[in-house]
Ligand binder design. Structure first.
Ligand SMILES: NC(=O)c1ccc[n+]([C@@H]2O[C@H](COP(=O)([O-])OP(=O)(O)OC[C@H]3O[C@@H](n4cnc5c(N)ncnc54)[C@H](O)[C@@H]3O)[C@@H](O)[C@H]2O)c1
Length: 256
C-alpha cells in the first residue's frame, strides 16, 4: 500500500504543485483546502494521471476539522507518512492600519492552523508507532520581516519557532519536522501582495515587480515546482537525518 501525504491548501498555488509532485513520488494524497471546488479538481487531476487522491474541504483554523480530516484520510488512503502544513493567507497593510479582524484571521490560519496540523499529525504518528515527516510553509518574511507584512511576518517567524520546538519534542519518535521559506513565487497570493503594495507605494504593479526582481540574485521568481522539489526532498529517505531546519528557497535574496 502506498503511504499517505496530507497536503493543506492544495487547491491551487504552491501546494497544488507539492500535491502533484508527491503523487509522482508515489504517495497517496489527501488534497485539503477551504475551497472545496479547487480541492476536488486537483484530486481529480491527480487520479486522472494515475495517482491516488481524495479531496477534503475544511478550514485548517478549525482544530476539530483538522483532527477529523487526519482520521478520515487514514481510513480512506492508508497509513500517514507526511503532513504538509502549506495553507496560508497574507494581507498587506501598515501596522497602524491593520485591522484586528485581519490580524486575528491571519494568525488563526497561518500559525494556529499549522499548530493544529502538527498536533493532529503527531497524534496519528504516535498511534501508528511509525515515525513520519511534518513539513511547514514558513517564508523569507519569517527570516527577515517585511514592512507592510507585520502579521504575516510574525506568523511565519512563529512557524519556524513551532518547527524547532516540535522537532525537539518529536525526535525520540523518529518524527522529523522541517520548514521551507519561499521568497517570491508567482501565485494568487503573490499577485495580491504586489497589487496592494504598489497601491500603498503609489507605483505601478509592473514597477513593484521589477523592483522585487532586482533583489533576486538568480534573476527570476520561483516557480511552485521549485518549492515542491524541496518538499519532495524533505519527505524522501535522503532527508531522514534532517530535523528542526528551515530552508530558504529565494534564488539568493537573503544571506545569513
Ligand atoms: N507565493 C509566495 O511568494 C510565497 C512566499 C512565501 C511563502 N508562501 C507561503 O506558501 C503557502 C502557499 O502560498 P501560495 O502562494 O500558494 O498561496 P495561494 O493563495 O495561491 O494558495 C493558498 C491555498 O490555501 C488555501 N487556504 C487558505 N486558507 C485556508 C484555510 N483556512 N484552510 C484551508 N485552506 C486554506 C487557499 O484556498 C488556497 O488554495 C502559504 O503558506 C504562503 O504563506 C508563499
Amino acid at each position: 500500500m502506498t503511504k499517505l501525504a496530507i497536503v493543506t491548501g492544495a487547491g491551487r498555488g504552491i501546494s497544488e504543485a507539492i500535491a502533484k509532485r508527491l503523487s509522482s513520488d508515489g504517495f497517496s494524497i489527501a488534497v485539503v483546502d477551504i475551497d472545496g471546488k479547487n480541492a476536488k479538481k486537483v484530486a481529480q487531476q491527480i487520479n486522472q494521471n494515475g495517482g491516488n487522491a481524495k479531496d477534503y474541504n475544511i478550514d485548517v483554523s478549525d482544530r476539530d476539522s483538522v483532527f477529523a480530516t487526519v482520521n478520515q484520510a487514514v481510513k480512506d488512503l492508508g497509513e500517514l507518512f507526511a503532513y504538509i502544513n502549506n495553507a496560508g493567507v497574507a494581507f498587506i497593510d501598515s501596522i497602524l492600519d491593520s485591522s484586528p479582524s485581519d490580524i486575528k484571521r491571519l494568525l488563526d490560519v497561518n500559525l494556529l492552523g499549522t499548530y493544529w496540523g502538527i498536533q493532529a499529525a503527531g497524534t496519528q504518528f504516535k498511534k501508528q508507532k511509525s515515525g513520519g515527516r511534518i513539513v511547514n510553509a514558513a517564508s523569507l518574511a519569517g527570516v527577515e520581516a517585511s514592512a507592510l507584512q507585520s502579521a504575516y511576518s510574525a506568523s511565519k517567524f512563529g512557524i519556524r519557532g513551532l518547527t524547532q520546538a516540535a522537532s525537539k519534542e518529536f525526535a525520540k519518535d523518529q518524527i522529523t519536522v522541517n520548514a521551507y521559506d519561499p521568497g517570491v513565487v508567482r501565485t494568487q497570493l503573490r499577485d495580491n501582495i504586489d497589487k496592494k503594495t504598489s497601491k500603498i507605494k503609489g507605483i505601478s504593479v509592473e514597477q513593484q515587480q521589477k523592483d522585487v526582481l532586482k533583489e533576486i540574485s538568480l534573476g527570476r521568481e520561483a516557480t511552485p515546482e521549485d518549492v515542491a522539489n524541496v518538499v519532495s526532498w524533505y519527505v524522501s529517505s535522503q532527508a531522514s537525518y534532517i530535523t528542526g531546519q528551515s530552508m530558504l528557497i529565494d534564488g539568493g535574496m537573503h544571506f545569513s
